[in-house]
Design a binder for this molecule. Structure first.
Ligand code: CUA
Length: 173
C-alpha cells in the first residue's frame, strides 16, 4: 500500500514538474478553449486573421467608425507609429505576440493591456491634435524600458486626406 502511494505521488510530482516547465505549451490551447476558439493565436498573428500587417493601424470599418489594430511584442509596438484624428472616438484593438504588455498614452489617462491569446478593446477620444509617446507600462522582459510607440493625433480634415497606407503607420520611410 505504501509503495502504491509512493508511486502515485512520484507520478504526480513528475507530472507537475512537466506542467510547470512546459506551461507555455498548454497555455495557448487553454486560452483557445476558454475563448471559444476565436482568440488570435500568438504564433500565427502575422500570418492570418485580423492582425495581419495589411490590417494594422487605423482603418474605417464598414459602419464608418474608426478602429486601430495593433500588436505588442518584445519589444516593440506594431505599428510603431499610429495616427488618428482629433475629437473622434477611436476604437483600439490590441493583442500580444508574447508576454503581457501595457500601452499607456503619456499625458493622458488612457491605457490598454495587451495579452497573448486575447484581444483587448477600448474606445478613446483624443480631444486635441498632438504627439504622444506610448511607453510600455508592464514589465515584459529585458527590453521593457526601451519599448515605446508613438501616437500622432492630427486634425480631422488632415486625417481625412490621408491615404489608407498612410493610416496604417506614420513611421517615416
Ligand atoms: Cu512591453 Cu513592457
Amino acid at each position: 500500500m505504501k509503495k502504491k502511494i509512493g508511486f502515485v505521488a512520484g507520478v504526480t510530482l513528475v507530472g507537475l514538474a512537466l506542467l510547470s516547465t512546459r506551461f507555455y505549451m498548454v497555455d495557448l490551447p487553454v486560452w483557445h478553449f476558454l475563448g471559444g476558439g476565436k482568440a488570435p493565436d500568438p504564433a500565427t498573428l502575422h500570418l492570418a486573421g485580423e492582425f495581419v500587417e495589411s490590417n494594422l493601424g487605423a482603418a474605417e470599418d464598414p459602419s464608418g467608425s474608426l478602429t486601430v489594430r495593433m500588436i505588442a511584442q518584445q519589444f516593440v509596438f506594431v505599428p510603431q507609429c499610429i495616427v488618428v484624428p482629433a475629437g473622434v472616438p477611436v476604437t483600439f484593438r490590441i493583442t500580444s505576440a508574447d508576454a503581457v504588455h501595457k500601452l499607456s498614452f503619456l499625458g493622458t489617462d488612457y491605457g490598454l493591456k495587451a495579452a497573448p491569446g486575447a484581444v483587448t478593446e477600448a474606445t478613446f477620444t483624443f480631444a486635441k491634435a498632438g504627439e504622444f509617446k506610448i511607453p510600455c507600462h508592464e514589465f515584459c522582459g529585458a527590453g521593457h524600458y526601451a519599448m515605446r510607440g508613438h501616437l500622432k493625433v492630427v486634425p480631422r480634415d488632415q486625417f481625412a486626406s490621408l491615404l489608407p497606407g498612410e493610416r496604417r503607420t506614420c513611421e517615416p520611410r
